[in-house]
Design a protein around this ligand. Structure first.
Ligand code: ADP
Ligand code: MG
Length: 694
């Protein structure tokens, strides 16, 4: 391998390459756009496009693509070659400023939730100069935003950029009251990505994995994760080769891949990058997921990014580490060592507490999907109830300010109330809580409810929006105050008292918490349809409208897209399960019962005790009857969904929950049969085969 610093970013049209390849004035103009978000002129775009093309061709590119993030959940690309006919039947390689800035994909097949009417079936993509272009394979990738002709948002990047603007503006207003005037305030995110790797030849024998991304049945392996020997365990050679290759590919693309380790479940692993601006982090996480799958192919493996590929084994999440910092390099979530800064920290903290409490629904629904419904609340991921962990130290401090309680100093000595007494909070003294959905971890919040497959733009739009809105409110109020300090203190006190129910430092997996949370009046939105039902509450529509992130039309369109996606996923899973049960599992079980029956008849002539054979046959036939009844129940549930679809998407989705439950019931019979049937008769590779490979 080439040295890492040389390799890193070698396929990226980054600042260094721009500096080398662009005339000085063009470079400056482009940098200005990148830093301030001001639009770019067509002259500048022309020069940049040409330089980009020459550079990309040197890296082996023959095509370019506008790369975007439609509402499908994956990224989209359409390749166009650089060729342009020239004299004498020859071609030249061309890429114009116009082609760089704007694309017009035929977008009619992307989900729009009815935003695009038939007369404006096209959408267009617009270059996002704040995210670097890169070459992957033979294609130059230009990161873009995707919008409809009338300017309606059709993707995940545009609202993310808008939410970043809203947050920056609001945070700057508050900082101004502290005498600080940074050019911009930006959210940073480090997403920890979990995934499974299984042998490709076995994957190919599991139609459920191929079609739905998860196993729809599968008996528990005799050895699962109970020994806790996989987490941080030594990495298998085959997997290590994969990880090395993956890191190298990611580094070339400028992704800051940093940490790799085995996760809790067998065959489960994690990759964490160094955090970056949320816009870049989002692009890079999408890219990371794509490269993970691609590199796996080379190693005879398959990378599974589904939130719950195997029942009874931990699912995969994605921890979203979020902080906000100024363009002067100050992390606003750093408790810091001097008291004055602590007042600022406490104001921002109070804003986040209020934001999370008031927008539990938005946070919850931003991570809602059919796949993630299998994880949340299943004692391996946070519950569906949103709460915050602040640690004893910060909680005590808030209680001190709000209730005048005596502060038990965690560092030493006693402190009285009032901001002057705010103690030094060292990163090391904040403890950890691995069960909280939204945990403060020293100088950032870790939102842990995300499923592994999710585009991180979704939750970050919500966090940014919710926090921005409260910061605006705080700025309005504090801006009018005569005595700023005491007003700030009074505000912290008031807001903490109003929202302290959202703070929970205990074990979120405990059943008592569910009761306690309900007493506190916190939402417990167990399923995706339940969560999505709240998306277009008038308060939410007003919030997005105020911050200019979504219009009411866009909110409703998004809700519809997500509901529709949920219904489709459940429908595909149910269809797949029905087919596999009827065509493969049921026949295999019947074959086994015939085998046992034949055996019984043969044994009869020997006058031996056949009780055992008889019992086994009885067990199998009972399971077969159960299986058949359960598959019919599944079909009934599917029919109910079809009938309910007439009353709209919400009722279709609500009824689909019943289909998910019917699948759950059906798989029990499959799993019981698998555990008593001979391996040769079972038509699919087992969990042990897939998870415990060498
Ligand atoms: P753990 O598994 O212990 O939570 P990891 O090292 O796996 O920690 O991941 C932590 C993630 O948080 C990394 O992506 C890291 O870059 C990111 N991170 C660290 N500090 C910040 C910060 N101030 N803001 C946002 N993300 C951060
Ligand atoms: Mg980690």
């Amino acid at each position: 391998m080439t040295k890492v610093p040389e390799l890193f970013g070698s396929m990226v049209f980054n600042e260094q390459v721009m500096r080398e390849r662009l005339p000085k004035d063009i470079f400056k103009a482009l940098q200005n756009t990148i830093k301030t978000g001001k639009p770019i002129s067509s002259e500048v775009a022309e020069v940049v496009a040409n330089a980009m093309k020459d550079w990309a061709i040197e890296k082996g590119a023959t095509h370019y693509t506008h790369w975007f993030q439609p509402m499908t959940g994956v990224t989209a690309e359409k390749h166009d070659s650089f060729i342009q006919p020239s004299d004498g039947g020859a071609v030249i390689m061309n890429f114009s400023g116009k082609q760089l800035i704007k694309g017009e994909p035929d977008a009619s097949s992307f989900p729009s939730g009815g935003l695009r009417s038939t007369f404006e079936a096209r959408g267009y993509t617009a270059w996002d100069p704040t995210s670097y272009a890169f070459v992957k394979g033979t294609v130059l990738y230009v990161p873009t935003a995707f919008i409809s002709y009338s300017g309606l948002v059709l993707d995940k990047k545009t609202p993310l950029l808008r939410s970043m603007d809203a947050l920056s503006k609001a945070a700057k207003r508050v900082l101004k009251l502290f005498g600080k005037t940074p050019a911009r305030v930006t959210p940073s995110v480090g997403p920890e990505q979990e995934y499974f790797l299984i042998p490709r030849e076995l994957y190919k024998k599991r139609p459920d994995l191929i079609i739905t991304g998860r196993t729809l049945f599968g008996a528990k392996p005799p050895k699962g994760q109970e020994l806790d020997d996989h987490y941080f365990g030594s990495i298998k050679t085959r997997v290590l080769r994969y990880m090395e290759d993956l890191d190298e590919e990611l580094w070339k693309l400028g992704v800051l891949a940093k940490t790799r380790h085995n996760e809790v479940a067998p065959a489960q692993h994690e990759l964490a990058p160094i955090y970056s601006t949320v816009n870049i982090a989002t692009d890079h996480n999408q890219l990371t997921m794509a490269i993970m799958k691609q590199v796996a192919e080379k190693h005879g493996l398959v990378c599974l990014l589904h939130e719950k590929p195997f029942a009874g084994v931990n699912g995969s999440g994605k921890h979203n580490n979020w902080s906000i910092s100024t363009s002067d390099g100050e992390n606003l979530l750093e408790p810091g060592k001097d008291l004055k800064n602590n007042l600022q920290f406490m104001v921002f903290l109070a804003a986040i507490i209020k934001a999370v409490d008031e927008h539990q629904d938005l946070l919850r629904l931003s991570v809602a999907s059919a796949g993630n419904d299998h994880r949340l609340g299943a004692n391996e991921a946070p519950p569906a109830i949103i709460s915050m962990f602040l640690g004893d130290e910060i909680t005590d401090l808030l209680e001190t300010i709000a209730l005048g309680k005596e502060y038990s100093n965690h560092v030493g000595g006693k402190l009285s109330t009032g901001v002057e007494s705010v103690p030094v909070i060292y990163e090391d003294t904040t403890d950890r809580n691995r069960t909280s959905p939204f945990a403060f971890t020293g100088n950032k919040f870790e939102f842990r409810s995300l499923g592994s497959a999710l585009n991180i733009a979704c939750p970050n739009i919500m966090i940014n929006a919710a926090v921005a809105d409260v910061l605006n409110e705080f700025a309005d109020e504090l801006g009018k105050a005569k005595d700023f300090k005491s007003a700030a203190l009074a505000l912290i006190k008031r807001e903490y008292m109003a929202h302290r129910r959202i703070v929970f430092n205990g074990d979120n997996y405990a059943t008592e918490w569910v009761e306690e949370a309900s007493k506190r009046g916190l939402l417990n939105l167990k399923t995706t349809p339940e969560a999505l039902a709240l998306y277009d509450r008038p308060e939410n529509v007003a919030l997005f409208d105020r911050l200019k992130i979504y219009t009411d039309k866009e909110v409703r369109a998004r809700k519809d897209i997500l509901l529709e996606n949920y219904c489709k996923v459940i429908n595909i899973e149910a269809g797949t399960m029905n087919e596999l049960v009827r065509k493969q599992i049921l026949p295999a079980a019947i074959e086994f019962s015939t085998m046992l029956a034949d055996n019984l008849t043969k044994l009869k002539s020997f006058n031996v005790n056949t009780d055992t054979q008889y019992d086994l046959l009885d067990e199998v036939t009972q399971l077969i009857s159960g299986l058949y009844a359960a598959v019919k129940k599944l079909n009934d549930a599917q029919s109910a969904v079809k009938a309910g679809a007439e009353s709209g998407l919400q009722s279709e989705a609500d009824l689909s929950v019943g289909v998910a439950a019917a699948m759950q019931e059906l798989r029990k019979y499959c799993d019981d049969l698998e555990s008593i049937m001979p391996k040769e008769l079972w038509p699919f590779p087992s969990y042990s085969d897939m998870l415990l490979y060498e």
